[in-house]
Design a protein around this ligand. Structure first.
Ligand code: CTP
Length: 409
């Protein structure tokens, strides 16, 4: 049975996007290749989700086609990837389209990026390399079957049944990041993971390859955590997919503290996606190392570990302030999440923005000789300010005059 998605094409895309796609299709026919909307965009058409990216598969050489298109129509190639034979084009309206040559892929090891070959193959062989049936759908843009759904693996029915299903038994062995992709789509669309697919997931997680590169896994974990849903972290732990990258028990997150930091009235809001990620890796040096963390990620993890290690009773506001003032806000928040140290809340909501209004120049004008003792003087003022005893600069000046002796006195 053939299914036309013309209605969705007309109703769900902007006028500018439609025009860019139509121009591409007309020129593909002149150039002599078939082109198809492919993957996420087709899935989102059927589900009536917001369309994000426009991906087009070219049954031929996508770079040559993009060069042809940009010579015929007002548009510009802004990116070319020679190894995968892909090209990104921008139209004057700002619409961008990613053109990819159809290709097959061979996996040489678990988690290792596949080797692409047989560029320009037929569409069926291209979609065979993909992760889930719901992502194998295409819409033909050329010839008489324009707007017709091309569904080789039953993806349309799986969308209607809300099922996430892999295409073949080795899918997770080839690319274990698909385990996290399955969880991501499950959460994003409220779908179920098909039973057979789920069992293969569990089977892989029993003996994951300890040496596989974690680049794609890291990216998928971050995408998973960017889904704004209750208990997303807990469900990730329950799925045991953390076993892809660590043996240690993963850090549990205290929910009431999490809600507390989400609602704190502070200028720099908690980056929940990042906080979840740090909680996953903080207990394992080995994982941190394998994840190829960025300098900022390493810095924050080290700061949190140091806070946890030096979790001693703080005597006064000055000590609290000095402990956290130079740290990244996210590190301070994560430390609170893991320790429940209420001083952190005090620091963030009351102390953090405390500023001394007196300057070194003011001290000189008050008769103090420039010296190292200036920092002690500033500490005395700061302590009073943090305790709420001084507000204005005048009050600071009176405090200095009444309480701080000059060296000559
Ligand atoms: N893909 C895959 N295995 C992966 C990553 C991607 O098979 N590990 C395939 C999927 O079939 C997907 C396509 O490559 O449709 C493009 O990947 P991506 O842009 O991540 O997928 P989308 O489905 O567009 O997802 P999103 O909506 O999150 O952008």
């Amino acid at each position: 049975m053939s299914l036309s998605l013309k209605q969705e094409f007309e109703n769900m895309l902007t006028k500018e996007s439609r025009l860019a796609i139509e121009l591409s299709a007309d020129n593909a026919m002149i150039f002599g290749v078939d082109i198809y909307l492919i993957g996420g965009i087709v899935r989102d058409f059927i589900m009536h989700n917001k369309i994000k990216d426009i991906d087009i598969a070219v049954e031929g050489d996508a770079i040559e086609f993009a060069e042809f298109l940009s010579s015929k129509v007002r548009c510009r190639i802004i990116q070319i990837q020679e190894n995968l034979k892909t090209a990104k084009i921008i139209f004057p309206s700002g619409v961008e389209i990613d053109f990819a040559s159809t290709r097959e892929e061979i996996y040489t090891g678990s988690g290792i990026l596949p080797k692409a070959h047989n560029f320009g193959c037929n569409l069926k062989n291209d979609v065979k390399r993909r992760d889930f049936t719901i992502n194998t759908l295409a819409i033909k843009l050329t010839d008489n079957k324009k707007y017709e759904l091309v569904d080789y693996f039953g993806g349309y029915q799986d969308i209607l049944n809300k099922k996430i299903k892999i295409l073949h038994e080795k899918s997770f062995i080839d690319d274990p990041s698909r385990i996290i992709r399955a969880l991501k789509f499950k959460e994003r669309f409220d779908f179920e993971i098909d039973e057979k697919t789920y069992n293969l997931m569990l089977q892989y997680l029993k003996i994951p390859d300890k040496n596989m590169p974690l680049e794609r896994i890291k990216s998928e974990v971050k995408q998973y955590f960017s889904i704004d849903k209750e208990d997303i972290y807990e469900r990730f732990i329950e799925s045991e997919s953390y076993k892809l990258f660590c043996d240690n028990p993963v850090q549990v997150i205290n929910k009431s503290r999490l809600n507390e930091i989400k609602t704190l009235n502070i200028p720099e809001k908690p980056d929940i996606r990042f906080i979840y990620f740090v909680c996953l890796v903080i207990n394992s040096d080995y994982t941190s190392l394998r994840f190829n963390l960025t300098a900022r990620e390493i810095k924050i993890i080290n700061q949190v570990r140091e806070f946890l290690f030096c979790n001693t009773e703080k005597q006064d506001n000055l000590q609290i302030y000095k402990s956290y003032k130079d740290a990244d806000n996210q590190a301070v928040l994560i430390y609170y999440l893991l320790s429940g140290d209420k001083n952190v809340i005090k620091f963030l909501s009351e102390l953090k923005n405390t500023e001394i209004l007196t300057t070194g120049k003011d001290l000189i004008e008050l008769g103090f000789k420039p010296s190292k003792s200036f920092s002690d003087i500033f500490d005395l003022i700061l302590k009073e300010k943090l305790d709420g005893k001084l507000k204005t600069k005048e009050e600071e000046t009176v405090f200095i005059k009444n309480n701080i002796k000059k060296e000559s006195e």
